[in-house]
Design a binder for this molecule. Structure first.
Ligand SMILES: NC(=O)c1ccc[n+]([C@@H]2O[C@H](COP(=O)([O-])OP(=O)(O)OC[C@H]3O[C@@H](n4cnc5c(N)ncnc54)[C@H](O)[C@@H]3O)[C@@H](O)[C@H]2O)c1
Ligand SMILES: [Zn+2]
Length: 365
């Protein structure tokens, strides 16, 4: 990993009286994003909040949109403002908004639901069938302003700095996965120590995991995983690590698998290292449906398999805040770079090349 390079904070800010704003949008069905210096500023509806964006995080999803892979081509409407990880300050609220006022520093849950389907009404809104996502289905946060419904707003605790508040979305993915699996006093294997996998290492440690094993091809990421609390790290290309880990876990395997790579090979290796009766929490999204031995890995193993989608609303957000305030999470070395919005090409290049891990852009501050 490159040493952290924090460029000076962007000094250009937006003028609230202006009817236009700066924005990065998907300008064509192909690679890249375009900077629009004068996109129409959105107007909040009665139950919406208008937020002036301070900082944003670049997610793997934004990379897919940038590269315009098959998933992006099938899902992303051309013309949309992208981005969903952010922190900002409320600038205006619709006339039916009751809880929030201008001036409050906030982030928001980017999965927006109408709150009326089965799962929304039974405490599982994170898997609602009518979910619409910021920066994917509606205009996102790579802009001076974004609009979200009041219900999705998350006031940010004053002790949480903007740089961290900008990445609550992926941190929430890590917290949701770790909490769903239940890691306390258990041996844990994390396959893939990218952005979310590294966050999961520090979260699992804070949540009282026993030994934490981790795999990744990238030596710098393995090294950082170790620094953040992984007991042992392995290069997955040499599969002998599986028998080593099993041996050290009573010859049976790890109690918990957290899949955070999206690689089919890692799915296979992870389940091979899981003990019979273990729990697998699966966050990684394989590019194609994986060829997977369900008989061996799930049925005979008696494994508990948890699909992890987004963040629980809003249980994960409360857990995340508590973990952050405990001072136990180490995120500084995961958030490696910061660029002004105008330098988005450099920011994406840093992320895509693997030189940076979590790359943040400053929009207004
Ligand atoms: N389910 C959800 O709600 C949700 C949300 C966000 C991201 N995701 C998915 O989670 C995964 C992780 O996201 P991220 O942002 O941390 O991505 P990332 O690209 O930063 O991390 C992936 C890591 O996996 C490593 N890797 C690749 N093949 C591997 C293998 N065979 N064994 C071990 N490691 C391997 C890579 O080197 C990389 O470091 C992705 O698949 C992403 O699409 C899911
Ligand atoms: Zn994200």
């Amino acid at each position: 990993m490159a040493t952290a390079t924090l460029t000076p904070t962007n000094t250009r800010t937006s003028d609230p009286s202006k009817k236009t704003m700066r924005a990065l949008y998907k300008h064509h069905a192909g690679e890249g994003l375009k900077f629009d210096p004068a996109r129409e500023k959105p107007v909040p509806g009665p139950r919406d909040v208008l937020i002036k964006v301070s900082k944003v995080g670049i997610c793997g999803t934004d990379r897919h949109i940038w590269e315009w892979d098959d998933w992006a081509a099938g899902r992303i409407p051309v013309g949309i403002v992208t981005g969903h990880e952010f922190v900002g300050v409320i600038e205006a609220v619709g006339n039916a908004v009751t809880r929030y006022k201008p001036g409050l520093r906030v982030s928001a849950e980017g999965h927006i639901t109408a709150g009326v389907d089965y799962n929304s009404r039974t405490g599982n809104a994170h898997i609602a069938s009518d979910t619409r996502i910021l920066g994917i289905d509606r205009d996102g946060v790579f802009a001076d302003y974004v609009i979200v419904p009041e219900e999705n707003v998350w006031p940010v605790h004053p002790k949480i700095p903007d740089k961290v508040a900008a990445v609550l979305d992926p941190l929430g993915n890590a917290v949701h996965t770790v909490m769903a699996a239940g890691v306390s006093a258990k041996s844990v294997l994390i396959t893939g120590t990218g952005i979310i996998g590294l966050m999961a290492v520090t979260v699992a440690k804070a949540a009282g995991a026993g030994r934490i094993f981790a795999t990744d091809m990238n030596p710098a990421r393995r090294e950082l995983a170790k620094k953040l609390g992984a007991t042992e790290v392995f290069d997955p290309r040499n599969s002998s690590w599986i028998s080593d880990v099993k041996k050290s876990c009573r010859n049976e395997g790890v109690d918990v698998l957290l899949e955070m790579s999206g690689s089919t090979a890692a799915y296979d290796q992870g389940f091979s290292a899981l003990r019979n009766g273990g729990t697998a929490a699966l966050l990684g999204i394989p590019a194609k449906p994986p060829l997977f031995n369900i008989t061996q890995h799930v049925v005979f193993k008696g494994a508990t398999v948890l699909g992890i989608n987004g963040r629980r609303m809003f249980e994960t957000w409360y857990q995340m805040e508590e973990l952050l305030l405990s001072g136990k999470l180490e995120l500084d070395e995961i958030i490696t770079h910061e660029f002004p919005l105008e330098e988005f090409e450099k920011a994406f290049k840093t992320m895509i090349s693997g030189e940076g891990i979590k790359v943040v852009m400053s929009v207004n501050g």
